[in-house]
Design a protein around this ligand. Structure first.
Ligand SMILES: [Zn+2]
Length: 593
């Protein structure tokens, strides 16, 4: 595989068992155009570009006994002695998210070509490298060595791949040698960690089972077989084996890290070629889907619940920590991207966009002091709030995810291009060496249409595959240059448009977005959410008595964002998550019939 990046081409030095039939475009081939996603990307890029470098490096320098100037970042990031769960999470995981910020910046550089961003990445990698010494002092007495190493690893791989940072792979090798004495002989579940001698409870929270993905990537980038061996060593067979056999082993497990681990299964499948890991990833995500909220979010209190007991419904009354949104969305995008590319099954795109519009699109911006949106709240009395601690995990994944919006939107196939997300964007590529630009203009999902405009230097034959979501109504219509497409738009499939495209060609999709009512689980058929197309609608006014499903299905648009249901006992207003500010809201309503 090779990736075009600002004129240079990087190639993997190893051959792997297989490549997915769909590949991602280089970051700079997909530009987000003005809109909410572009705003999130720009905000995160700007915030991390201006973060104090001494502050970022401080925990590493301090733990190595080096001079450590600059301010403390605060929150989870500091190196201090007062961490004492569950009361005090200050200094929980010193320097944990450094690699994620590096990764977010490297991807942002790849998307924008911003030289100040590239220079900052190079400075950070060089200065970080100076803190890595063979005895691995940093990891001595560290509560979650695999957790932090995994993020550092990702950041260095991305700095090498996307910011062409020459030192990054050498630093990666050295930091790997530094952490190895502190890692167990294999991936350990939390239950296994609890059974081993340990200090405080946080010592049982490490995530060795997420390591293989980045070890495989390090192997692919560097060609060093040692990384492949490490990847194989940390594949959690007790997790993937049962999943591959169709056993749901998710209940009780930590939610985000176990969804993230499914991406390790995908790298294991791609590098080693064993179908078992593909089955594990597919079945694992299917089990997640079966216990997701109507938003696509999952994991109340960061855990999977035993299915079939109505526990998801119980969570609406017991917790406000309903979905770990930036991390969960990042993991969800990553696994649905792998599976969509591998299977070409459009349902993975449907799943990705559900989480996009109902979860991460409604996350409030990270503030300059590290104040971060963490949990989406689906409690029956819910509000948007910031997380109690600064610079948590979600501040790192948000920066990575917002840089990935572009590459998640389009994929290249041998015969053309797949259009997966309907977002304002511009794709530039060269099918059969013909320079081509596809500009997508849309206010989807607020509006039901999207337009694709093609610009080519000469006519060229290729296929454009459009994702027709499974929820799409029978009136969904695709037209090319104003004429209805010959093949019908079949919900739950990609619609192929094969033709000789020429400059000025236009495609328009008009989606029929029927309203539907979704019960939270089988045990609670009267606890329902109102959904329209990809959008869950949240009630933001007093719920009138005697509400029924039939009432909900009469909702009509009352402003650009709001939907209203009129009943004899009062009106009820609904709003999508991204438009909710400080007002109280609720996702699930009790219906009489
Ligand atoms: Zn998080």
């Amino acid at each position: 595989m090779s990736r075009r990046l600002h004129g240079s081409v990087l190639s993997d030095p190893v051959t792997v068992a297989g490549e997915p039939p769909l590949s991602v475009f280089a970051y700079d081939q997909v530009q987000l155009l003005p809109g909410l996603l572009r705003e999130q990307f720009d905000h995160n890029h700007d915030l991390f570009l201006h973060l104090n470098e001494d502050a970022l490096l401080k925990p590493f320098r301090e733990r190595e006994g080096m001079p450590a100037p600059g301010p403390n970042m605060g929150g989870w990031y500091d190196n201090a002695e007062d961490f004492s769960p569950p009361a005090n999470f200050h200094a929980f995981i010193p320097g944990h998210s450094f690699g994620q910020y590096l990764s977010g910046l490297a991807r942002a550089y790849a998307a924008t070509g911003s030289q100040p961003t590239r220079e900052k990445i190079h400075r950070l990698v060089r200065a970080f490298g100076e803190t890595v010494e063979p005895e691995g002092k940093f990891y001595r007495g560290y509560h979650l060595p695999a957790y932090t190493y995994d993020k550092t690893s990702c950041g260095l791989i991305d700095a090498h791949e996307f910011a062409l940072c020459p030192d990054a792979l050498d630093v990666h090798w050295r930091v790997t040698q530094a952490v190895l004495p502190y890692l167990p002989e294999k991936a350990l579940s939390r239950a296994e960690q609890r059974l081993r001698p340990h200090g405080m409870v946080a010592d049982t929270w490490d995530e060795t089972y997420t390591l293989p993905e980045n070890f495989f990537l390090a192997y692919r980038r560097s060609g060093k077989k040692e990384y492949r061996d490490l990847a194989v060593r940390f594949i959690e067979q007790d997790y993937f084996g049962p999943l591959a056999d169709g056993q749901n082993v998710l209940p009780g497990e930590h939610a985000y890290s176990h969804v993230n681990a499914l991406s390790s299964a995908m790298q294991a499948y791609l590098v080693l070629g064993d179908e078992k890991y593909l089955s594990a990833a597919r079945n694992g995500l299917q089990f997640v889907h079966e216990q997701s909220y109507a938003t696509g979010g999952w994991g109340p209190d960061e855990a999977f619940v035993p299915p079939g007991k109505g526990l998801l419904n119980d969570s609406l009354g017991t917790t406000h920590a309903s979905f770990e949104t930036p991390c969960g969305s990042y993991g969800h995008f990553k696994i649905t991207r792998y599976l969509l590319r591998t299977t070409r099954d459009s349902h993975y795109g449907d799943s990705m966009e559900r989480v996009l519009y109902n979860a991460i699109a409604g996350a409030t911006p990270i503030l300059a002091d590290g104040t971060t949106f963490y949990y989406s709240d689906y409690n029956n009395s819910a509000r948007k709030v910031h997380y109690k601690d600064k610079w948590p995990c979600c501040s790192g994944t948000f920066a990575q995810l917002s840089a990935d919006y572009g590459i998640s939107s389009y994929y290249r196939s041998g015969d053309g291009v797949y259009v997966n997300l309907f977002v304002p964007s511009r794709l530039t590529w060269s099918p059969n060496s013909t320079p081509c630009t596809l500009t997508q203009t849309t206010e989807y999902p607020r509006q039901e249409t999207t337009q694709l405009a093609f610009s080519l230097t000469r006519p060229e034959t290729f296929t454009v595959y459009l994702r027709i979501p499974a929820w799409a109504g029978a009136k969904t219509n695709v037209s090319v240059n104003g004429r209805r497409a010959e093949s019908p738009a079949e919900p739950g499939k990609f619609l192929p448009l094969q033709r000789t495209w020429k400059d000025g060609d236009r495609v328009e999709i008009e989606f029929e977005m029927p309203l539907r009512v979704e019960a939270i689980d089988d045990k609670n058929p009267r606890s329902v959410a109102l959904v329209r197309g990809p959008l869950a609608l949240f009630a933001v006014s007093e719920v009138p008595p005697g509400l029924t499903r039939a009432h909900l299905l009469t909702a009509s648009r009352s402003s650009s964002d709001d939907w209203t249901v009129r009943t004899a006992s009062g009106d009820l207003t609904f709003r999508p998550f991204a438009s909710i500010m400080d007002e109280h809201y609720r996702l699930y309503l009790r219906v009489e019939s």
